[in-house]
Design a protein around this ligand. Sequence first.
Ligand code: ASP
Length: 440
Amino acid sequence: MGKEQTIVAKFGGSSLADAGQFRKVKEILCQNPARRYVVPSAPGKRSRDDVKVTDLLYTCYEKASRGEEYRTVLKKIQSRYQEIIDELKLSVSLDDEFEMMEQAFLNRAGEKYAASRGEYLNGILLADFLGYEFVDSAEVVRFDRNGNFESERTNFFLSDRLINIERAVIPGFYGADDAGNIHTFSRGGSDVTGALVARAVCADLYENWTDVSGFLLTDPSIVDHPKKIDTMTYSELRELSYRGATVLHEEAVFPVRREGISIHIRNTNRPTEKGTLICSSIAPEDEVPITGIAGKQNFVAISIAKNRMNAQVGFCKRLLEAFEENHIAFEHMPSGIDTICVILPRDVYLEKKEAVMASLERLLAPDKISVDEDMALVTVVGKGMRSVSGIAARFFTALGNASVNIKMIDMGSNEINCTVGVSNKDFETAIRALYYALAA
Ligand code: ASP
């Protein structure tokens, strides 16, 4: 007999927004007994203009810690959970938890503590509903006291704890330092917790259940009904998330990638749909030239010109030093013989403009510095681009035909992406043109 399968299933906020969604989750879990470890988010939006419990918690904490009236919001939060308890006829009560929480808010326990209660309380309810053991993430997900996540210690604590538990609910998004202070990942961080649990239990699969049936080839608010992506590699996922595709938290890939655990994005509301599978490699016959198209607006390009720059030893080192000493991480650095260009987010540039310019002048003594403050970056990602000829021709022809002026081109050295810089006003036109030329 083969080894028993283990699946870690993370459910996002909308998948657990009310009692009806809890029932769907239970049904999904019952369909496959391998789904042994469950990572919940806090209750999300039940409708378009609803408010996520996490957002209510931030608001409530802010009001309480400022001495303003906070009880109305607190009641709203409490009733979100109480409705679930009542409708599902759960035996647990959260009354004591809410009392403790209120005290902690008044004692200024911190906004991270406040935000984490969304997942914590939802985890208690879900564990009760499923009959799974509840494991408080504060005991197993470790941060240092400055709030930096500690991956190896977390892996140790998590695996040590879960090895003897057949089925558990581990709330997403937060952990604690050794003194017990709560820390959280950035928003959407339950995806990260799911990946950590998958690594710790050496899962066969990490399922990420959400309210969409996987990744779309591009942003549906720009292109009508874009195609869905069936499979992609971790690297392609990294490229697309970095450039703005927002189905999964950017950091969620690392813990599972190192263990070769695939991620399967699924839709809680349409569990029969195939979703998107993210894995380390894709069989050549399943490779498509273009996996996805994504982009972001509001970058600046700083171009530095200096005669014979190419012959100066250490020029690039000093250039990077100018950004390093201002604590700036840049996006791209296309170069020519006598010019080099650094692209960075516009808000970062505006905040540190004077200091950066001073550093560049001092370290490089350039002939000229010019700044283009109007740049959007559009990236086409696809491992298959490497092996199919003519893609670049179609890429540039599409932009030309759509009258999009290209300000910058950067072909990633891993050859799975090609990025162009265009004017912010051409951003959507460029994405549409590329989609219809390369992917439709
Ligand atoms: N509840 C948190 C948020 O709204 C974390 C998560 O859902 O992953 O960001």
